[in-house]
Write a protein that binds this ligand. Sequence first.
Ligand SMILES: NC(=O)c1ccc[n+]([C@@H]2O[C@H](COP(=O)([O-])OP(=O)(O)OC[C@H]3O[C@@H](n4cnc5c(N)ncnc54)[C@H](OP(=O)(O)O)[C@@H]3O)[C@@H](O)[C@H]2O)c1
Length: 244
Amino acid sequence: MSDRQKTLLLTGASRGIGHATVRKFNREGWRVITCSRHPFPEQCPWGGGAENHVEIDLSDPADTINAVGLIQEKAGGYLDALVNNAGISPKGPNGERLSTLNTDLRDWGHVFHVNFFASVVLARGLMDELAAAKGSVVNVTSIAGSRVHPFAGAAYATSKAALAALTREMAHDFGPLGVRVNAIAPGEVKTAILSPGTEKIVDQLPLRRLGQPEEVADVIYFLCSDASSYISGTEIEVNGGQHV
Ligand SMILES: NC(=O)c1ccc[n+]([C@@H]2O[C@H](COP(=O)([O-])OP(=O)(O)OC[C@H]3O[C@@H](n4cnc5c(N)ncnc54)[C@H](OP(=O)(O)O)[C@@H]3O)[C@@H](O)[C@H]2O)c1
C-alpha cells in the first residue's frame, strides 16, 4: 500500500448531500474530483478547485460518455471511490407528484439518464481506475425506491429502484476486480430536493427530525473506507427509522 492520496469522483457535488460529501472527504485528506452542470465557483474553498472539476450534463448520454476520458486524465490511473449522487425529482407545474398516469415519457427518460444510466456509464468507463485502486462505488438511491412516497414521482421512484438493482448487479460483476459496490437510501434530508409538506412526514418519523446532509456524507465515507472492507451489494437506509 503506497501513501498515494486517495481520489474520489463525485457527481452532484455542488449542493446538498453532495456538497457535504466534498467537505467530509476533504477533511479526511482525499482529493475530490467534482461534477456538476456548472463551473466550479471561484469563491468555493472546498473540493480541489477548477482543475479537479468536470462540467457534465448527466441527462445527456453523449456528454456523459465524452466526459469519461477527461475524468480518466484527471484521475491519473487510480480511482478509490465513485459516488453516483446526482439526482433529480421533477414535479408537476403546481408542485404536484407526477404519477405513472401523467408522467410524460420524455421526462421519464430524462430522469433515468441522470438518476440511473449516468451511474452505469461512469462506473463502466472508469472500471480500470477503480480496479487499480481496489476502489468502492456508492450509488445514492432513496426510500422512494422501495415504497410509494407522497411527493416523489413515479419516474424518480422507479429510477431509484433500478439503481438499487444495479447496485446488486454491479456488486456481482465488479467484485472479482476487487471493487465493492453499495448503495445508501436517504429518507428526508434537509436539502433543496425536499417538497413543501415534508414536515408532516417528519412528525411521524421514529427520530422526529429531518436528516442533515452531513449525516448522509458520513455513511458514504464509511462505505468508501477500509472500515467497510467486507461490505458489498448492500443498501444502507439513512432515514431516522422511516422504513420500519
Ligand atoms: N434530500 C433528500 O431528502 C433525499 C432523499 C432521498 C434521496 N436523495 C438523493 O440524494 C442525492 C442528492 O440529493 P440532494 O438532496 O443533495 O439534491 P440537490 O440538493 O437537489 O442536489 C442535486 C445535485 O445533482 C446535480 N445535478 C442535477 N441534475 C444534473 C444533471 N443533469 N447533470 C449533472 N448534475 C446534475 C446538481 O448539480 P448542478 O445543479 O450544479 O448541476 C446538484 O449538485 C440525489 O440522488 C437524491 O435523489 C435525497
